[in-house]
Write a protein that binds this ligand. Structure first.
Ligand code: UTP
Length: 471
């Protein structure tokens, strides 16, 4: 680097409030200087400026009016039941005709769970120890078995876990889905800032970068060429789901069919929130715009308000399961126009302070959320589903939403399947869980399990070290 270009770079950083990044230049080795220059080349200073403005922007955009969304309910009228039947038939046809691509987002850092490596590698199969990635793959194979067609799986990673994720898929032989059917793509990373808007470093030659949130999926689908891949395969809809919830049913014909029948741009599944104090976001209209209303943004009186049926009026708990039209993503991301709001996560970041001292720097990570795109959808379906059957995420190492609550939710759902088929349940473990697992390829709900049990071949049951495995 010539002295001129170095002073040009230093001046540009100084002007952007990032002068500290070159502050230790004279102490760096040649190798460290090369690393730092590479990191700085990847930096978009205009974007950093926008992040700084967002950091300083007051949080005074509180909405004035809130309405619950129109929901397709679990308790259905005769008319809705007929509509559901029609929608399921359509959904099955769309699956068979390969018009759906499956988008798994797995770019997050799983910091609350705190495991080494991608969260998708965590074992959740109560008996088999099958990983989250393996569990989702089994659900996709199940869809292929049931509806025909070919599975196309788009897996989003971030630079923090891309290599390890790809290596795991290879080691597992792409879970039998065929390497050609799995398309990895990576999301963008954003620099984390300290409270004064200065980029935090993890070392004197490396910036603290974090994935830009699951909202980054939409831009990454375009920038990584996935929209073209999907268009080339005739895929019209994306089924969006997150890596941490093994109960999710990405190939649900009812959801897909309702979404397609309504000609919706983006649709959502919700679970009923029974406890007003449960800190989940609810889907609803804020100032007339559909989106996810954060727990803290919903006024206390509305949080507890009941409707005529005695249920919470704002009960549509967001589980981040969506159906999204491909051409909606194309429209949103055209010419780099997508402009989802940035959400700030205040964290103590392991890194260097501006003087270069290592420690915990009070800082901010910036993320966009995929459900913020709902506001741009011309039509949207909100489908209510059973929490016990479809939602139990692994977020924390222990306590609520941890591997043990997820194991309990999975095993209870398998227990219901056995009971529906009139089979005896095994004795519960000491911690109260049923030592049971039903492979999704056998059944994903009670009626499928009963049908499999009554089929000519019957069910294959294996007794393993950790319990009974139906497969
Ligand atoms: P979470 O918001 O729970 O984040 O992600 P996380 O990274 O898994 O965990 P914490 O917050 O660090 O503890 C929900 C889903 O969105 C994906 C995650 O991989 C998970 O499937 N996600 C999140 C991304 O793909 N990219 C992101 O930038 C953030």
């Amino acid at each position: 680097m010539t002295p001129e270009s170095k002073s040009y770079l230093a001046a540009a950083l100084e002007a952007a409030g990032q002068g500290h990044l070159m502050g230790t230049w004279s102490d760096l080795t040649d190798g460290e200087r090369t690393n730092l220059l590479t990191a700085l080349e990847g930096l978009d200073l205009e974007q950093v400026q926008r992040l700084r403005e967002r950091l300083r922007a007051p949080n005074d955009h509180a909405a004035k009016s809130f309405e619950p969304p129109l929901t397709f309910p679990l308790e259905r009228s005769a008319e809705q039941a007929a509509q559901a039947e029609h929608a399921s038939a359509l959904g099955k046809r769309l699956l068979r005709e390969n018009r759906v691509g499956f988008v798994l987002v797995a770019g997050g850092q799983g910091s609350r769970l705190g495991v080494d490596g991608p969260k998708g590698m965590v074992g959740v199969g109560p008996v088999s120890g099958l990983s989250l990635f393996g569990w989702h793959a089994a659900r996709l194979s199940a869809a292929q078995q049931r509806h025909g067609g070919n599975i196309t799986w788009f897996v989003m990673t971030s630079s923090s876990n891309d290599g390890a994720t790809r290596a795991f898929f290879e080691e597992q032989d792409f879970f039998g889905l065929g390497q050609q059917n799995v398309h990895f793509f990576t999301q963008e990373m954003l620099p984390a800032l300290d409270q004064e808007g200065r980029i935090v470093r993890t070392a004197s030659d490396a910036l603290f970068l974090a994935p830009n949130g699951h909202g980054g999926t939409l831009a990454a689908l375009r920038s990584e060429g996935m929209l073209d891949v999907a268009a080339g395969l005739g895929i019209e809809q994306f089924s969006y789901f997150q890596v941490d919830n093994p109960l999710v049913r990405p190939a649900d014909p009812l959801f897909l069919g309702l979404h397609a029948l309504a000609d919706a741009d983006m649709s959502s599944k919700v679970v009923t929130k029974n406890d007003p104090a449960e800190k989940v976001g609810v889907l609803g209209l804020a100032d007339g715009k559909l989106g996810c209303i954060e727990y803290s943004d919903l006024p206390e009186d509305l949080r507890t308000e009941k409707d005529g049926g005695g249920q919470l009026r704002f009960r549509a708990g967001n589980i981040a399961v969506h159906m999204i039209r491909r051409d909606f993503v194309e429209k949103l991301t055209k010419d780099g126009l997508l402009d989802l709001p940035w959400h700030l996560a205040q964290k103590n970041l392991k890194g260097l302070d501006v003087q270069g001292n290592p420690g915990e720097v009070p800082g901010v990570k910036f993320e966009t959320f995929v459900f913020d795109a709902l506001g741009a959808a011309a039509n949207s379906v909100t489908l209510e589903v059973r929490r016990e059957g479809e939602f139990s995420p692994v977020k924390n190492a222990e306590g609520p939403d941890s591997p043990s609550t997820c194991r309990l939710a999975l095993t209870e759902s398998f227990g219901h399947m056995l009971q529906a088929a009139g089979l005896d349940l095994p004795e519960r473990d000491q911690d109260g869980t049923l030592p049971l697992e039903v492979d999704p390829r056998v059944a994903e709900d009670e009626s499928e399990f009963c049908a499999a049990n009554e089929s000519a071949g019957g069910l294959e049951v294996l007794k393993g070290e950790h319990g009974w495995l139906y497969r």
